[in-house]
Ligand binder design. Structure first.
Ligand code: NDP
Ligand code: 8X3
Length: 254
């Protein structure tokens, strides 16, 4: 039985990963996000899917280093050992040319996607001590591989995740911790609604005339990555909807 900690489990890819791993029966789930009520709803779904799945949820804002340290340090004793960390919490805010960018949006993206990922990793790695199957999965993006118009700061944060993924693989090699980046293209989740500050119509338009990926598509890849034998690690994986060639070239029906 492996214990998996998923950040940003209250929605989208994180939620889908929790459901996928719960169904597989050989994982215990430590789930966190800011919206604790969403995590409670998710726990109910998990219990319906697999009543035997052990789940522990807790509120965590990954941007607050002190909160990350104390919350993880105060977990119940039976939840203080972690085998798998899925660094999934992240967001985009705004899609504007750099000269029109909102500084608050920039700070939220940098603080969450880069600093939050670092804080969680720093405090979870010691919790992996002694694990025979230690593994960190970082959610990067096509935005970490290329830059698209007005994506400036979001792309910069995901390029940072790309660099940190490579850096972690080097630094954690001697500890035997596997490190994998999964870099999706367009996945329909709450992502665009958050990017456009709650504008549902604008968010919906992002996926108009195409079939995007969904959270389950990514969760199945996470499951595949975690099911490789001990001597095999998938370093870096780029996954797109079939209609998306790269960050900007997308084949829409109309
Ligand atoms: P969602 O908006 O559906 O989910 C984002 C999750 O991150 C939520 O659970 C949210 O929880 C959590 N989160 C955001 N800020 C914080 C914070 N400060 N502290 C803790 N948790 C936080 O989007 P996705 O599922 O699509 O995104 C998941 C990851 O995948 C992100 O890193 C994103 O950049 C990446 N990604 C997404 C793609 C897409 O097209 N959707 C493509 C490529 C990568 P809460 O609000 O409750 O705190
Ligand atoms: C999210 C997908 O295309 O907005 O990382 O960069 S995209």
């Amino acid at each position: 039985m492996r214990t998996v900690l998923i950040t940003g489990a209250s929605s989208g890819i994180g939620e889908a990963c929790a459901l996928q791993l719960a169904e597989e029966q050989n994982f215990r789930l430590l789930l966190c996000a800011r919206r604790i009520e969403k995590l409670e709803e998710l726990t109910n779904k998990i219990k319906t899917l697999n009543p035997n799945c052990e789940v522990h949820t807790f509120k965590l804002d990954v941007r607050n280093a002190e909160e990350v340290e104390t919350t993880l340090g105060n977990l119940p004793a039976e939840w203080r050992k972690v085998d798998v960390l899925i660094n999934n919490a992240g967001l985009s805010q705004g899609l504007d040319p750099i000269q029109d960018g909102d500084i608050g949006d920039w700070d939220r993206m940098i603080d969450t996607n880069v600093k939050g990922l670092l804080y969680v990793t720093k405090y979870v790695v010691p919790m992996m001590e002694g694990s025979e199957q230690a593994h960190i999965i970082n959610l990067g993006s096509i935005a970490g591989k290329e830059v698209y118009p007005n994506g400036n700061v979001y792309c910069a944060t995901k390029h940072a995740v790309d660099a940190l993924n490579k850096a972690m693989r080097i630094d954690l090699l001697s500890k035997g911790i596997k490190v994998t980046a999964i870099n999706p293209g367009m996945v329909e989740t709450e992502f665009s609604e958050v990017r456009f500050h709650g504008d549902k119509e604008r968010a919906k338009a992002v996926y108009h005339g195409l079939t995007p990926l969904n959270g389950q598509d990514i969760a199945e890849i996470v499951s595949f990555v975690l099911s490789r034998p001990k001597h095999v690690n998938i370093n870096d994986l780029l996954v797109m909807p079939t209609v998306q060639a790269n960050g900007t070239i997308i084949n829409r029906n109309n």
